[in-house]
Design a protein around this ligand. Structure first.
Ligand SMILES: Cc1cc2nc3c(=O)[nH]c(=O)nc-3n(C[C@H](O)[C@H](O)[C@H](O)COP(=O)(O)O)c2cc1C
Length: 359
């Protein structure tokens, strides 16, 4: 039998063996931004499990761009060697290694979830956060500093330098994190951007930073390697970023060297009402794809082989990204192939455990 989920997808010069990607997932397991054995085993297991694309967790482009002091980072040359080890292993399993480049903006300087998640003050190892405007994410938290022109220039330069290091580290895909209420999304949404300069107000002004970061990244990222952008396709809040904005943005990004839009939602305001359910974000990926012709990735509560297959076979998205299901089962792609009746390669070491296909 054949299943669209297990047909290859090519973006630029890179071919993914199937349409299943590991969605970026913060592990909060780094010291000073360094990857370590945890990241090798975590990402490596999912390569053994057969995902076509493995996107590392949000890697901070600067120390102040970390969500927590425990975040992965790629702001200095010393971060590169261990990442090289990870990308080499991922490739050895026939998967493609991607990295999500991120700046947490006003949501930075918090404790990791299992350390309580609260704001970390500078005296306790935290730092002053930055954002488009001096508006905190949660009432009562320290206000971020509104970035000035030099600060914006540094953000762009940090993304560019991180892209250069990503290449040195052996990644073949970059995903820019412009979702979930982090810095780039904060600029895009009127709910967090109250600027009156050329980075605030109109849609064109609010997407300016993302376009500048995209251009700086594309400038140093090889033409044969794909560039993805993750967006929150809606703020789910009156007066916020809308799906219409997402469609308009995707049409622009299509002309700026971006190859796929990864359509998540929400995260920019705590009070948003989100109708969470199986595949609840898929319609956004579908709409962006249908209205712009831009390839898309669908993410969010996709947990079964059949759901994933339906999304890609019906052309709602070109790729599915799975997060929590792949934490529960790193071998989900191998299991999904079996369930869909597709014969895929298992690692030699595991061949004796490969189930026979039902005919
Ligand atoms: C432990 C964990 C860490 C996450 N970290 C990130 C991240 O670094 N970057 C990101 O864009 N999304 C992150 N997310 C969101 C996921 O990538 C994904 O969009 C979300 O969990 C919905 O997919 P799922 O229903 O398959 O889990 C994280 C989710 C989880 C569960």
């Amino acid at each position: 039998m054949s299943a669209t989920l297990f047909t290859p997808l090519t973006l630029r010069g890179i071919t993914f063996k199937n349409r299943i990607a590991v969605s970026p997932m913060c592990e909060y397991s780094s010291e000073d931004g360094f990857a370590n054995d945890w990241h090798l085993v975590h990402l490596g297991s999912r390569a053994v499990g057969g995902a076509g694309l493995i996107i590392s967790e949000a890697a901070a482009v600067s120390p102040e761009g970390r969500i927590t002091p425990d975040d992965l980072g790629i702001w200095k040359a010393e971060h590169v060697p261990f990442l090289q080890r990870i990308t080499a292993f991922i490739e050895s399993q026939g998967s493609v290694a991607g990295i999500q480049l991120a700046h947490a903006g006003r949501k930075a300087s918090h404790a990791s979830p299992w350390k309580g998640g609260a704001e970390v003050p500078p005296a306790a190892g935290g730092w002053q956060t930055v954002a488009p405007s001096a508006v905190p994410f949660t009432t009562g938290e320290t206000a971020p500093l509104a970035l000035d022109a030099a600060g914006i220039g540094k953000v762009i330069a940090d993304f560019r330098a991180a892209a250069v290091r990503s290449l040195e580290a052996g990644f073949k895909v970059i995903e820019l994190h412009a979702a979930h209420g982090y810095l780039l999304h904060e600029f895009m949404s009127p709910l967090s951007n109250q600027r009156t300069d050329e980075y605030g107000g109109s849609f064109e002004n609010r997407i300016r930073l993302l376009l500048e970061v995209t251009a700086a990244t594309r400038e140093v990222w090889p033409a044969e390697y794909p560039l993805l952008v993750r967006i929150s396709a809606t703020d789910w809040t009156e007066g916020g970023w809308t799906v219409e904005d997402s469609v308009a943005l995707a049409a622009v990004l299509k002309t700026r060297g971006v190859d796929l839009i990864d359509c998540s939602t929400g995260g920019n305001v705590p009070a948003a009402q989100i109708p969470v359910g199986p595949g609840y974000q898929v319609p956004f990926a579908e709409r962006v794809k249908k209205e712009t012709g831009m390839p898309t990735g669908a993410v969010g509560l996709i947990t079964t082989a059949q759901e994933a297959e339906t999304i890609v076979s019906q052309g709602q998205a070109d790729m599915v990204l799975l997060a929590r299901e792949l934490l529960r089962d790193p071998y989900f792609p191998l299991h999904a192939a079996h369930e869909l009746g597709v014969d895929v390669q298992w690692p030699d070491q595991y061949l004796r455990a490969k189930p026979r296909l039902r005919q």
